[in-house]
Design a protein. Structure first.
Length: 582
């Protein structure tokens, strides 16, 4: 098995960028083992470089990433001296380029200053690269230009950003060249023409023809292309813009700096609170199929579609729907660009049970985290009343699933009946199978569990939190086996936290049902119920079930979307698209 050493700046450890780079390396080297130095916590200080060199020596290939073209000295040079293949990874384009030497090396001190000032002034690697270029004519080298920039920033009195930072600065801005090459963007051809004229002046060309054919040595077909560029605003494929920049030798970010983009306007800030709120809905009840396809949100409660619409529009996206489906549920959609932005945050394409979400919970400010948990409880959980020995109690729970088809033995998978649910605790007797299941909880659920403990450690001890456990196992008609895990607690402290501090998203059916149950508990809790009071509890359960009743769906759909579901039901033959009242 090929071993890949993944060398990257310590400032990018644990970031969105690191996750994306690991995915790119795994895609470029299928089946290879990737050695990630960030996993060696005791070595993370880089105080003892010999240990890192030993790791490099044990690998066959080294892949490194830099910051704006600057790298820290060390492991890459060691690999080159030992004649190992060394590749530079561009995480924004996904390109791997083999290198023979490493240039623009930074000292440890300059590296630390760079990372500190990037965070302080909210500058990503693209912004740093542009600022260095602007100073390069005054300095002897790129490193000298960077040091000049760092000195200027250090002495600057500018204030740091005060809004919550939900994503690291290395990954925060989404640039146009991160888009799929077939994606279309609306650009100002006036700005493109100005850039062309500037290149004519810079290269002292006599005309556009002289620039293209003589100065840049491009074929005549490219002169025809540049000559025929439209003079008005219009949509252009990203592949066309990348080729234009490559041929004119323009930095990709120069189009952003000059304001060439009309829609979308790049770079896009992924720190948007609305964008994160949209991510929560898609993680729980949504689907993203491919980078150039609409994303989809499915839920029966129109109020949740209203929340989704607010999040999409608030983040600059396009919202469509909701549409009434043949399964008596509502489906809303959003544009593909929103999906690509969510993907950077850690929302995967395809099945979330197979490709587990990897959204970073630890950076969320308290307001964002509270909304995250509220959305989780409303879409994937419950806060319900129970009765034991004629006394009322509360149960709070939620669940997530993980696909274990490739992990479980084939004989076991074949023994399961399709579309049947088996309780893990009572239905599986094989200790080996149980061990395989228990060792692989849903990754996001495990992260949520530890985040709950961390955020509430001052008030609730770690021992109070219930263990998350595998609950049921299911085999689909396609032969995929998923295990549904459950968080469940009846502890008073845990229940009070989820019921009273977090709660459900206001206005939703579950929020209404929770308030009715809370009122009932306030009247009847703490004592043994009479027969008539037990009947009242049963009537509440019947009147406020987990499934949103038809009357509520119709009422809210009409109020929030002017959507007549009775008319929509008649329109199912036309692909389920509803009729809206005018």
């Amino acid at each position: 098995m090929t071993r890949i050493y993944y060398a990257h700046p310590i400032g990018t450890y644990g970031t969105v960028r690191e996750r994306i780079e690991l995915e790119l390396i795994a895609s470029a080297f299928p089946g290879a083992e990737v050695v990630n130095p960030s996993e060696f916590a005791d070595m993370a200080s880089h105080a003892v470089m010999d240990e890192f060199r030993e790791l490099v020596a044990s690998c066959d290939v080294l892949v490194y990433s830099d910051v704006a073209g600057f790298v820290t000295a060390g492991v890459a040079e060691e690999a080159l001296r030992s004649s190992k293949p060394v590749y530079r990874l561009d995480w924004r384009t996904g390109e791997l380029i083999e290198v023979r030497e490493v240039t623009d090396k930074l000292s440890v001190e300059d590296t630390r200053r760079l990372f500190h000032l990037m965070e302080r002034f909210n500058l990503d690697d693209v912004a740093i690269g542009r600022l260095v270029r602007e100073r390069q004519s005054e300095a002897r080298s790129r490193v000298g230009a960077l040091k000049q920039l760092l000195d200027e920033l250090t002495s600057s009195q500018g204030e740091t950003e005060r809004i919550p930072r939900r994503i690291d600065v290395f990954s925060r801005f989404y640039h146009w060249w991160q888009e799929p090459v077939q994606a279309k963007v609306k650009v100002s051809h006036r700005v493109i023409a100005e850039l062309l004229n500037r290149r004519i002046e810079e290269l002292k060309a006599r005309s556009l023809r002289d620039l293209i054919l003589n100065k840049l040595n491009l074929p005549p077909s490219r002169y025809s292309f540049y000559k025929s560029l439209p003079r008005e605003e219009g949509q252009v494929r990203v592949s066309v813009l990348r080729r234009l920049c490559d041929e004119l030798k323009l930095p990709y970010d120069s189009l952003e700096k000059e304001g060439a983009f009309i829609s979308p306007q790049y770079p896009i800030d992924l720190n948007s609170r609305s964008l994160w709120f949209a991510a929560f809905h898609i993680i729980n009840e949504g689907n993203m199929y491919a980078r150039t396809r609409f994303i989809q949100y499915t839920n029966r409660d129109p109020v949740l579609h209203h929340y989704f619409r607010q999040a999409i529009k608030g983040s600059g996206g396009e919202f469509y729907g909701p549409y009434f489906t043949s399964k008596d549920i509502l489906v809303s959609r959003a544009d593909a660009l929103t999906g690509r932005k969510l993907n950077v945050l850690g929302v995967p394409y395809g099945s979330k049970a197979i490709h587990q979400p990897s959204i970073d919970l630890s950076r969320m400010d308290d307001e964002t985290w509270r909304h995250y948990v509220r959305t989780l409880l409303t879409e994937e959980g419950s806060c319900s009343l129970s009765m034991r020995h004629r006394r009322l109690g509360w149960i709070v729970s939620y669940g997530r699933s993980v696909d274990l088809t490739e992990v479980l033995p084939k004989y076991f998978v074949d023994s399961l009946r399709e579309d049947k649910y088996y309780y893990v605790k009572t239905g599986i007797k094989d200790d080996r199978i149980l061990q395989l299941i228990e060792e692989r909880p849903p990754r996001l659920m495990l992260a949520e569990y530890y985040e709950f403990i961390r955020r509430h450690s001052r008030h609730i001890s770690a021992e109070t939190w219930p263990e998350i456990k595998p609950h049921v196992i299911h085999k689909s008609r396609r032969g995929r086996v998923t295990v549904h895990w459950r968080f469940r607690s009846e502890d008073d402290e845990i229940v009070e936290l989820f019921r009273d501090y977090y709660g459900m998203l206001p206005g939703t059916w579950k929020a209404l049902a929770l308030e009715v149950r809370r009122e009932l508990f306030n009247r009847l809790g703490g004592r043994e119920l009479s027969a008539s009071e037990v009947d009242e509890l049963l009537r509440v359960r019947e009147a406020f079930p987990a499934r949103v009743p038809d009357w509520c769906v119709k009422k809210k759909a009409l109020e929030l979307f002017n959507l007549d579901l009775d008319e929509a039901a008649k329109s199912r033959g036309r692909r389920g698209h509803p009729r809206r009242k005018r």
